[in-house]
Design a protein around this ligand. Structure first.
Ligand SMILES: [Mg+2]
Length: 239
C-alpha cells in the first residue's frame, strides 16, 4: 500500500478532551440529586459513578447509558428519602446527560501536531474509536483535523477481534495502536501482538485494567507529543 506503517489512533482523551465534559455534567447532576433528596453530594456522585460503569458494561458505549445510569441513581436516592420522583428533575437530568455527547471538544495539546506528523511521515492514519457512529464522526469532523486522517473506524466497543478486522490484510508488524485506555486500546493490541503506545492520562473507571507492561510491544507515553520520536526509532525515520 506504500505506507510507512499503519497508525490506529484513539480519539477521546487521546486526541480530544472528553472525560472532562462528563465529569462537569456529573458534578452538576450529583448536586441536583443531593439537593432534591437530602443526601450528601459525594455519596450521590460515588453511587452515580458506580452505576455509570455498570450500565455502560451492560448497554455498551451508547449515549443513552449515561441518562439511564443517572435516572436510576436519582430514583434510588428519592426512594431512600421517601420522596416522589419528580418528572421535572428527570427531564433536567436527561438534558444534562446529553451535553457531553453534543459538546464541541477541545483538542489536547500536541494532538494536531502529532496527527500531522504521522500523515507527513507517510503513515496511514486510522482513527480507531468506540461509541455511536454519528457522535464519533461528528466530533472528528468538527475537529478540523480530517486532512491528516485517512480513515475513521467507529465500533461499539474495542476488542481484539474488532481490531483484527480493522487491521485487515495490513502487516500487523507495521501496525500500532495509540490510546489512553488500557481496556480499549492497549489490551486488544497486545493480545494481537501489535505495538501499543499508551498515552497514560486520566481515564474513566470503565477503562481501568491491568496490562502487562513488561510486554515488549507496550510503550508508555506521558504525552502524545512523545510519539514521533518513538516511532522514528521504531521505523528508522528522521524526526
Ligand atoms: Mg480514549
Amino acid at each position: 500500500m506504500g505506507f510507512t506503517g499503519h497508525a490506529f489512533v484513539d480519539w477521546d482523551d487521546t486526541i480530544a478532551e472528553n472525560i472532562r465534559y462528563f465529569r462537569e455534567v456529573e458534578a452538576q447532576i450529583s448536586l441536583l440529586i443531593a439537593g432534591r433528596t437530602g443526601f450528601d453530594r459525594d455519596e450521590v456522585q460515588r453511587r452515580g459513578a458506580e452505576l455509570d460503569v455498570a450500565v455502560a458494561r451492560q448497554m455498551g458505549l451508547v449515549r443513552e447509558s449515561l441518562a439511564v445510569a443517572w435516572l436510576t441513581c436519582y430514583r434510588e436516592f428519592a426512594g431512600r428519602a421517601g420522596r416522589p420522583v419528580d418528572p421535572v428533575v428527570e427531564a433536567e437530568l436527561r438534558r444534562l446527560c446529553a451535553i457531553p455527547y453534543e459538546t464541541r471538544q477541545e483538542l489536547l495539546p500536541g494532538a494536531a501536531e502529532t496527527l500531522r506528523w504521522l500523515h507527513e511521515a507517510g503513515f496511514e492514519v486510522t482513527i480507531w474509536t468506540a461509541g455511536e457512529d454519528a457522535v464519533q464522526r461528528r466530533k472528528i469532523q468538527e475537529s478540523g483535523l480530517t486532512r491528516w486522517i485517512h480513515r475513521q473506524t467507529v465500533v461499539p466497543e474495542k476488542t481484539a477481534e474488532r481490531l483484527r478486522d480493522a487491521i485487515g490484510d495490513r502487516d500487523p508488524g507495521h501496525c500500532f495502536v495509540v490510546g489512553n485506555s488500557r481496556h480499549s486500546d492497549i489490551r486488544p493490541a497486545l493480545t494481537l501482538g501489535v505495538a501499543a503506545y499508551h498515552v497514560d492520562v486520566e481515564t474513566w473507571a470503565y477503562d481501568h485494567l491491568d496490562v502487562d507492561e513488561e510486554d515488549p510491544n507496550y510503550h508508555r507515553l506521558t504525552h502524545i507529543g512523545e510519539l514521533p520520536r518513538l516511532l522514528a526509532q521504531r521505523f528508522r525515520l528522521a524526526v
